[in-house]
Design a protein around this ligand. Structure first.
Ligand code: Q46
Ligand code: ZN
Length: 308
């Protein structure tokens, strides 16, 4: 097969785009795709300070690599989840990536706050991903605000967005559909704009980019991913994609074009400020502080039940 752009031997075939590329042309194509997404959605303004949430996986490191390469002012934020060896190794990957490129990196470890994901999930009897999601959102928002950043960028790719959309549609979660956008403007002065520059590039395309750019990322999934419903949705979408290439892209793009504005138009609640941490909240306490309160109560009950 030949490269669609230069005619050399193709190295990558993209069925969703009905095309194929050699290595240099693929890198050109991928970069153009991301740049177009950024421009079309007005995600970034020149000179803005961007906080990039990095997990050590291919998507977030590919995103950081690309944004830094495009000349943006980027700082990485790694949140250590305290999930055993997986967290140790993912932190190493991020630290090596940042050091090799001379990029600034901030590291926050949940275990230092006595909030490692496994312990919090057990204490609150929640699924690990539910506890993890609440804490990630809080620490990302709080770090972006405290650090005076303009934008928070995450590495969500097309597969993530399609799976999330399918989950939201299956349960008709209108609030979630109203906020499922590649650019989320701040709804409170303590929030910053949130962007997903890779929302139209598939997991496979991002993996190929990371490989070609020599990015050393953690290949293993988080051990909790296996039980997550997101994987179930991803599996179903993968089967549809094999039978009909381009399905995921059409699903997400058409949702954003024709359905999302209707959900977004439904009046959204304005957040207040959390009595615990001062960050935006929809109740007296934000969901993070409610979670922490539950953990503390549980620990207090457990320690008072111990024999003196
Ligand atoms: S890191 Fe956290 Fe994921 Fe692990 S515990 Fe679940 S949500 S699977 S992206
Ligand atoms: Zn709070």
């Amino acid at each position: 097969m030949k490269c669609r752009r230069c005619g050399a031997r193709a190295e990558v075939q993209l069925r969703a785009h009905n095309t194929a590329f050699c290595r240099p042309c693929y890198l050109f194509f991928f970069r153009r795709q991301v740049e177009r997404a950024i421009d079309a959605q007005r995600m970034l303004v020149a000179g803005e300070r961007i906080l990039v949430a990095v997990s050590g996986g291919k998507d977030s490191l590919a995103l950081w690599d690309m944004l830094a390469d495009l000349g943006h002012d980027t700082t990485g934020l790694y949140l250590g989840l305290g999930i055993g060896e997986y967290s140790d190794r993912s932190r190493e990957k991020v630290e090596q990536f940042a050091a090799a490129r001379g990029l600034p990196l901030r590291v926050v470890k949940l275990e230092d706050e006595q909030l490692a994901v496994p312990g919090v999930a057990a204490a609150t009897r929640r699924a690990p991903c539910a506890a993890c999601g609440t804490m990630k959102r809080h620490y990302f928002d709080a770090a972006a605000f405290a650090g005076g950043f303009d934008v928070l960028a995450t590495g969500h790719n097309l597969d993530d967005e399609a799976a999330r959309l399918l989950g939201n549609v299956l349960r008709w979660q209108k609030d979630h559909l109203a906020r499922q956008r590649p650019v989320l403007p701040p709804s409170h002065p303590k929030f910053v704009r949130k962007v997903k520059p890779l929302y139209l590039t598939s997991e496979y395309e991002t993996a190929v980019y990371a490989f070609m750019r020599g990015i050393d990322y953690i290949v293993d999934e988080c051990p909790n991913a296996a039980g997550a419903t997101q994987l179930l949705y991803k599996g179903a979408l993968d089967r549809l994609e094999v039978a009909s290439p381009g399905t995921k892209l059409a699903f997400v793009k058409e949702f954003l074009r024709s359905a999302q504005p209707a959900f977004a138009a439904v009046e959204q609640r304005e957040p207040m400020e959390c009595a615990g941490c001062g960050m935006p909240a929809y109740g007296v306490l934000c969901s993070f502080c409610s979670l922490v309160r539950e953990v503390e109560n549980r620990r207090a009950r457990t320690s008072s039940a111990l024999p003196a």
